[in-house]
Ligand binder design. Structure first.
Ligand SMILES: *[C@@H]1O[C@H](CO)[C@@H](O)[C@H](O)[C@H]1NC(C)=O
Ligand SMILES: *[C@@H]1O[C@H](CO)[C@@H](O)[C@H](O)[C@H]1NC(C)=O
Ligand SMILES: *[C@@H]1O[C@H](CO)[C@@H](O)[C@H](O)[C@H]1NC(C)=O
Length: 264
């Protein structure tokens, strides 16, 4: 397995995706989830846990396959309400996952500049991918975080963040005091590297950190939009329900996956 897996576990995906704009609501969000290379099989996969996470928050999911054209990604971008870059273990600069992430990231920035907010969520590898896309550099540090549960250390910016501001007090308290966030990564973005990097520091607000052998960043945030597919037919054809997750056993850290037989 590529050692560059999982920089941090991000919690409360549901909260960030359900943030409401007071005047207008979208009660039928559809979120894209990036696929990634499935070992060297020529196939790609999405871990079923990410689909379940989004579904449990009330969203539906459309898979974003690797090796599609830029036009296909752009069309999907204009149809979806956000994208999730999941965890896993592929190359941050040369994989199909990295290439798709880069297109969605660029389109999200452009939309954002035009006042059209497109949430991008990154967990683990996705978190690393975001720091790579923003800074253009690999700034990871090895940490002893491959199988540990930790409480979060909240930073002052967390209080008015979109991610945490509506989280109930008792949940915030549990997150701050009990070891209930899973860490399953060998590399992290250290607080030191983060603040020494102007691009990262200017782009993200640090909401929580964690301390193991060194202090690392554990959270960042996103918004909401009103994109949609051009027709119900297009929507139906694109949804994850067209695929079945399968039990894969111990081939990786994920035990159930959606597997796509060819890249395109
Ligand atoms: C990722 O791919 C790039 C370009 O092919 C390569 O230079 C780099 O070493 C790879 N990184 C890892 C961790 O394999
Ligand atoms: C991780 O833990 C092991 C044993 O507990 C220790 O020898 C090693 O130095 C630690 N690594 C880091 C990066 O702190
Ligand atoms: C992870 O940690 C738990 C609790 O410390 C331990 O019981 C378990 O065996 C560990 N799993 C692995 C794969 O190391």
């Amino acid at each position: 397995m590529n050692p560059l897996r999982c920089a941090a576990l991000l919690v409360f995906c549901n909260t960030v995706l359900m943030v409401c704009n007071a005047e207008a609501r979208n009660d039928r969000p559809i979120i894209g989830v990036l696929a990634q290379e499935y070992q060297s099989s020529g196939k790609s996969y999405i871990a079923a846990s990410y689909v379940k996470l989004l579904e449990s928050a009330g969203a539906r999911v459309v898979p974003i396959r690797i090796s599609q054209s830029e036009e296909e990604y752009e069309q999907l971008f204009n149809s979806l309400n956000g994208v999730l870059f999941p965890g896993g273990g592929v190359n941050l600069s040369s994989s199909g996952y990295a290439k798709a992430a880069s297109v969605f990231y660029r389109l999200a920035l452009k939309a954002n500049d035009q006042g059209d907010f497109f949430p991008v969520w990154g967990t683990c590898l996705g978190f690393e991918e975001l720091t790579y896309l923003t800074s253009g550099e690999l700034i990871l540090t090895a940490t002893n975080t491959s199988n540990v549960s930790l409480p979060l250390d909240f930073m002052p910016d967390a209080k008015d963040s979109r991610l945490f501001k509506n989280v109930p007090e008792d949940v915030l308290k549990a997150l701050a005091t009990e070891p209930i966030t899973v860490n399953s990564h060998h590399w992290s973005v250290s607080v030191k590297s983060f603040y020494m990097n102007d691009k990262l520091r200017n782009f993200y607000r640090v909401l929580t950190t964690n301390k193991v052998n060194l202090e690392f960043i554990s959270t960042m945030e996103a918004r909401k939009n009103f994109h949609r597919f051009s027709s119900m037919e297009e929507e139906t054809k694109a949804l994850i329900y067209n695929y079945n997750p399968v039990f894969t056993g111990k081939v990786s850290s994920f035990e159930q996956m959606y597997i796509f037989v060819s890249a395109s």
